[in-house]
Design a protein around this ligand. Structure first.
Ligand code: LR7
Ligand code: MN
Length: 572
């Protein structure tokens, strides 16, 4: 009995001890993460307030994390939400900031978009030794999109190649991009070298990138927009090519991530990708790979320009070649400036087909630019004066008011840079880098607006590249008639910068891709103002055309509908 009782007591003791241990352990386990998260700051600062703030951040972050749906958008698949209310909010977000952030907030921040490389790329072996500083600037971007950019870089870059990530906040007003973002980095991305620098005032994307470049210390700078996703193997071919040639500046293939459903849209095969061009009104455009033999190749391919947001450049070379024009403000123009400068001053620009990075293309800018409104126009006017020599006439033909605008500011230091680096002429660039670029006033009989005797003008009706549409008729614009500039070439083409006038089966005139030796695109411009096609033996006419529909061809006759005048006529 005694023995039994003693045994009992021992058993009860043991059970009690076990229970106490379990309770203490449970308490510890519950408390542990929070303690760990705040401890480093506690020791550093010993500030009670900050701890309170951190607790607040932690609660906010956990609420946020609890809403993430595992596997949503995995492998870059289209993501959808079931709740109709969420979808409605998502639609609203798309309209207000051009990105469905309701959905973005639910997709895991470290999602994988899969291996996007062309099969052939996997056979290449790269062994770079250079390290990269990835510079990401942002102004009021969606936090989850910024974080997904950062996560993709840390996950898809071998550690020994990633020197650091430098984040520059261009004085965002969104509260969560301040302390909360820093807290996220400290707690969820600790162990990664990430610098976050807040600018005191908004300086625009060009100067923000310059600040990032100043802070960076890796061998190579890689700039990314703050809504990108890097994919497997993205960095190795970039670094390896720069190691081979330090004055070559590289862009990855910029794939499309949908702003509405976050699908990674570009397929792996994608050998029909395009490289960078430009238009005379000063915009970046996509063009087909220039040399037919280069099409489908997976090695780096020459590109006349770059889009601007995603590129790799050796860090010291970036400074040697003149970094950016630090008097450019806001948004725009810097991409063509750096492109022309690199080529004209002895470097090269290439697209690397095996490096794939997704970018969320937004339909509009979710932000306004303080002060000067048309920063793209003003920045482009700066670059035209500095780099385009006499060809700047073509930009200013589209933007006459900008040519002598005081808003352009002082360009002396950029002209000095051009001299110091002994850069080549813009004509050299056109002849050697972009020989297929159409020059509207060279080798032409006439160019400018094409006005008939009834004061109506030919108009491309804002046709987009890569499409076909009517050669329209519209009242002549007084200024900036970007849709009303046409050339009559020596070879008999009636064309705008990117399209040629072609006769359709219904005898209407269409604007479409220019083709060599196509009789339907062949015109003769007579001194009396008629524009004649010999295949049909008919004349260009506006008779019976409802504005702004397509002009037609008709039997030739002496009619005001068939007499056309170009603004400029070449006398030679
Ligand atoms: O005032 C600003 N301050 C900023 O820090 C305005 C913008 N930004 C940041 C912004 O948060 C973003 O991270 O700058 C980055 C680029 O701005 P976007 O994403 O609004 O520009 P975009 O993608 O519409 O425009 C393209 O052209 C720009 C011309 O100035 C820049 O060079 C962008 O980097 C460039 N983007 C790309 O090249 C991605 C591919 C798009 C194409 C074609
Ligand atoms: Mn962008």
């Amino acid at each position: 009995m005694f023995v039994k009782c003693r045994r009992h007591r021992v058993l009860i003791h043991k059970i009690l001890l076990f229970m106490v241990t379990v309770i203490v352990l449970m308490f510890l386990i519950r408390e542990l993460p929070e303690r760990e998260i705040t401890s480093s700051k506690q020791i550093q600062n010993n500030i009670i307030d900050e701890n309170d703030e951190n607790d607040e951040y932690e609660i906010k972050l956990r609420t946020y994390e609890s809403k993430i749906i595992p596997n949503l958008g995995h492998n870059g698949k289209e993501a959808t939400l079931k709740d109709p209310e969420d979808n409605e909010l998502g639609e609203k977000a798309l309209k207000s900031v051009a990105m469905n952030y309701v959905l973005s907030d639910r997709i895991p921040l470290n999602r994988s978009v899969g291996d996007r490389r062309n099969e052939g790329c996997k056979k290449f072996y790269y062994n770079p030794t250079l390290t990269a500083s990835v510079v990401i600037i942002f102004y009021n971007e969606i936090l989850s999109a910024i974080l997904r950019t950062i996560w993709s870089v840390t996950l898809q870059t071998p550690e020994h190649l990633l020197h650091e990530i430098v984040l520059v906040d261009d004085a965002s007003t969104a509260e969560e991009l301040k302390g909360f973002l820093q807290y996220y980095i400290d707690t969820r991305l600790s162990g990664h070298r990430i610098k976050l620098h807040h600018l005191n005032e908004r300086v625009g994307l060009i100067k923000a990138r310059l600040e990032g470049a100043k802070l960076a210390t890796g061998d190579v700078l890689i700039f990314l927009d703050a809504h990108c996703e890097a994919t497997i193997g993205w960095i190795e071919p970039l670094l390896a090519r720069i190691e081979e040639s330090r004055s070559t500046v590289l862009t990855p293939l910029i794939d499309v991530i949908s702003a509405s459903n976050f699908a990674y849209l570009s397929d792996a095969d994608y050998t029909g990708f395009q490289v960078g061009g430009f238009s005379w009104p000063g915009h970046f455009t996509w063009i087909n790979v220039q040399n037919e033999n280069d099409r489908g190749k997976l090695t780096p391919i020459k590109s006349p320009t770059m889009a601007g947001g995603l590129f790799a450049i050796e860090r010291k070379y970036f400074w040697e070649i003149g970094s950016y024009d630090d008097k450019m403000e806001g948004w725009g123009g810097e991409n063509l400036e750096i492109s022309f400068r690199i080529w004209q001053c002895g470097g090269r620009l290439e697209t690397v087909p095996c490096s794939r990075v997704g970018h969320i293309f937004r339909d509009f800018h979710p932000y306004s630019i303080p002060g000067k409104k048309d920063t793209h126009g003003i920045n482009t006017a700066r670059l035209a004066h500095v780099w385009m020599d006499d060809y700047k006439r073509l930009f200013f033909m589209y933007r006459p008011k900008l040519e002598y605008s005081p808003l352009i500011g002082d360009i002396t230091s950029r002209l000095e840079l051009r001299k110091r680096l002994k850069c080549k002429s813009f004509k050299w660039y056109l002849d050697n880098v972009f020989p297929e670029k159409f020059i509207p006033d060279e080798n032409v009989l006439g160019y400018g607006q094409v006005r008939n005797n009834l004061n109506m003008c030919l108009d491309d009706l804002s046709l987009h590249e890569g499409t076909t549409g009517p050669l329209g008729l519209y009242p002549c614009h007084a200024f900036s008639a970007t849709t009303q500039y046409f050339s009559m070439t020596y070879k008999g083409k009636l064309r705008s910068e990117n399209f040629c006038a072609e006769i359709s089966n219904t005898l209407e005139v269409q604007l479409t891709r220019c083709l060599k030796d196509e009789l339907k695109q062949s015109w003769i411009f007579f001194k009396n103002g008629t524009i004649y096609n010999s295949l049909f033996a008919k004349c260009l006419s506006s008779e019976g055309v409802e504005v702004p529909k397509a002009v037609r061809i008709d039997n030739c006759k002496d009619s005001d509908h068939q007499k056309w005048k170009f603004t400029y006529i070449n006398s030679t």
